[in-house]
Design a protein around this ligand. Structure first.
Ligand SMILES: NC(=O)c1ccc[n+]([C@@H]2O[C@H](COP(=O)([O-])OP(=O)(O)OC[C@H]3O[C@@H](n4cnc5c(N)ncnc54)[C@H](O)[C@@H]3O)[C@@H](O)[C@H]2O)c1
Length: 278
């Protein structure tokens, strides 16, 4: 018996990283999955995003667990596309219970140099896309007597004004506001809305040159993530440089579980004390 037998979960940014980790964990607990990902790069984002092959790998991992998955290439900035993918998944899999608005991008850059394109891509994905994902789910979740659970992915940047990430910080702070507003609006329908705030997570978002350079502005290391391990570690209170995707999945799995049935409107940190330290 899995904790989510008979349930269906929608996950954005599911091709790799945290989204894939969440999909596999939910499938292991019996949920069927509706997965979307842009599977393309964005012009102002200086690292490669998930690919169609990555999304296909998520499909294989879920199917190996004997669960069904409907995977579609969609940009979360496209509300009609998100709605269509969600509606198609729900009509194939029968219902919707859990929604993880996880897709996000980051473009490290001094505030004075953030282009309009970079602003629009980051805020459009990390805040707009999160809203459109939650919005598309509302009428499906309202149909359930048992309600549903929405988890929005913010970041330590949702509480800390990290320099060189003004657009990302603005979007991730916005996600926390969105969490509160949606929790208030949907609580009467037994729909819970919470946010997760991870510190750095070892995924494609940080394992790339642009992010490493943010942590090594003088170019004193070999340009790899390992080379800046010490600088990453200095951010947290606990002795760790970064989380693994599974660490965030563990918190998400708690928030969507029955054990968290009385928790809504919360912004929960999985940050090794990074926010406390500031
Ligand atoms: N990695 C970190 O250090 C870190 C820390 C805190 C919060 N986060 C947040 O966690 C979430 C997941 O990131 P990750 O660490 O797994 O990074 P990742 O880059 O490995 O995965 C993000 C996924 O989202 C997809 N995506 C990006 N833009 C999209 C769009 N417009 N439409 C649809 N899909 C899109 C990408 O293709 C990719 O597969 C993001 O919201 C990110 O901001 C990450």
């Amino acid at each position: 018996m899995g904790k989510h037998d008979g349930k269906v979960a929608f996950i954005s940014g599911a091709a790799r990283g945290q989204g894939r980790s969440h999909a596999v964990a939910l499938a292991r607990e019996g949920a069927d999955i509706i997965a979307i990902d842009i599977c393309a790069n964005l012009a102002a984002v200086p690292y490669p995003l998930g690919t169609e092959a990555d999304l296909q790998e998520t499909v294989s991992l879920v199917e190996k667990l004997d669960r069904r998955i409907v995977a579609t290439k969609v940009d979360v900035r496209d509300p009609a596309g998100v709605r269509a993918a969600m509606d198609a998944g729900v009509s194939e899999l029968g219902r919707l219970d859990i929604v993880l608005a996880n897709a996000g991008v980051m473009t490290p850059c001094a505030a004075e140099d953030i282009s309009e394109e970079a602003w629009n891509e980051v805020v459009g994905t990390d805040l707009g896309g999160v809203f459109f994902t939650a919005q598309a789910a509302i009428r499906h979740l309202k149909r359930n007597e048992s309600g549903g659970s929405i988890v929005l992915t913010s970041s330590t940047a949702g509480e800390i004004g990290i320099p060189h990430l003004a657009h990302y910080v603005a979007a991730k702070h916005g996600v926390i506001g969105l969490t509160k507003a949606l929790a208030n609006e949907l609580g009467a329908f037994n729909i819970r809305v919470n946010a997760v705030l991870p510190t750095s997570v070892r995924t494609g978002m940080i394992e790339n040159r642009a992010t490493v350079d943010l942590f090594d502005p003088m170019g004193e290391t070999d340009g790899t993530l390992e080379g800046v391990r010490g600088t990453f570690a200095a951010v947290q209170v606990l002795p760790l440089p970064w989380l693994e995707a599974q660490d965030v999945t563990d918190l998400v799995m708690f928030l969507v579980s029955d054990e968290a049935r009385h928790i809504t409107g919360s912004s929960m940190r999985v940050d090794g004390g990074a926010i406390t330290k500031v």
